[in-house]
Design a protein around this ligand. Sequence first.
Ligand SMILES: *Cc1c(COP(=O)(O)O)cnc(C)c1O
Length: 383
Amino acid sequence: MMWKDLPTPCYVADEKKLKENLRVLQKLEKDTGCHVLLAQKAFSMFSLYPMIGTFISGTTASGLYEARLGREEMGKENHVFAPAYKEADMKELVKICDHIVFNSFRQYEKYKELCKQSAQIREDGKPVSVGIRVNPECSTQEGHEIYDPCGPGSRLGVTKAEFREDLLEGVEGLHFHTLCEQDADDLVTTFRAFEAKFGKYLKKMKWLNLGGGHHITRPGYQLKQLKQLIAYIRATYQVEVYLEPGEAIALNAGYLVTEVQDIVKNGMEILILDASAACHMPDVLEMPYRPPLRGGYEPGEKTYTYRLSSMTCLAGDVIGDYSFEHPVAIGDRLVFEDMAIYSMVKNNTFNGMPLPGIALLKEDGTVEMIKTFGYEDFKERLS
Ligand SMILES: *Cc1c(COP(=O)(O)O)cnc(C)c1O
């Protein structure tokens, strides 16, 4: 299939760009001896997991379903962190995960025996490796409070005040996740805060997981500083180092293709698209941000400015205002960029909107339609 034949709306992952990102991460593993895991919550396009698994060490999950997906579709190292685990889920997780990270000592106590005995029921005959997520209480991000696990009252990670040295028996690793789209200098700042509070426990551990939020594949990322930090941690504490980026894996490696359905006027020209911010790119409203658009400029920068909106009935379902060099016509296709991450994993059928198809732009320039969705997918999850 060719690009112009794609049904709309449609997510298109870009294989070439994805591999460019993965090569950077693969080299990071090779140069530093660290392990890189795909945080599936950002990008769960599992048809690509076998390919992704040829570059990096494995997957990480936010709960049972993602853990199962990682295990079934990539089948490499499989980790999980969740603020709490249900008992039925934990019984499965100890079979399919290599690392399980707990968010409290109470949760660890609850499942300690199950983890200990897991060797008997696991294929590899080794017990699951247990970690505790800690909260370094060091905020390095501003403006995005919902993405700051170090913010006031955060439930994510054990604070120093709540840390239980007396309950560490059987714990092999520590985990922190505090960043969002950040550079290595903020990671260094966070690590220093972590080290001051928890460094003495790290000496007894086998591994440290630095979480996600590392914008490693963004041009200009401070890769050298990251490598230096990993080298320092490995040399000083003799631990394995894990990173679990989501965004960095598929950053700028996907698109959302949409078609202009109508143009209405209310003080300005407004495009009605078959893609929706609320349904197909919820981070646009949640973050909020203005997604890059191919051939689109800041409003007023070029001659023709439009507001881009959708077919839902939500007044606020507006993607943003963009200007173009040429007038836009009904039937034109627009391409939103950087739409691989936090898009298809978060979409929904609000207003009965169809879910976008999922396609792959291959390295040879052809496009493969991998999956399409229809009325049944809308109906199936309702009753
Ligand atoms: C969200 C999350 C990640 C991935 O974060 P990105 O910003 O997509 O890199 C990794 N680990 C944990 C625990 C997370 O919550």
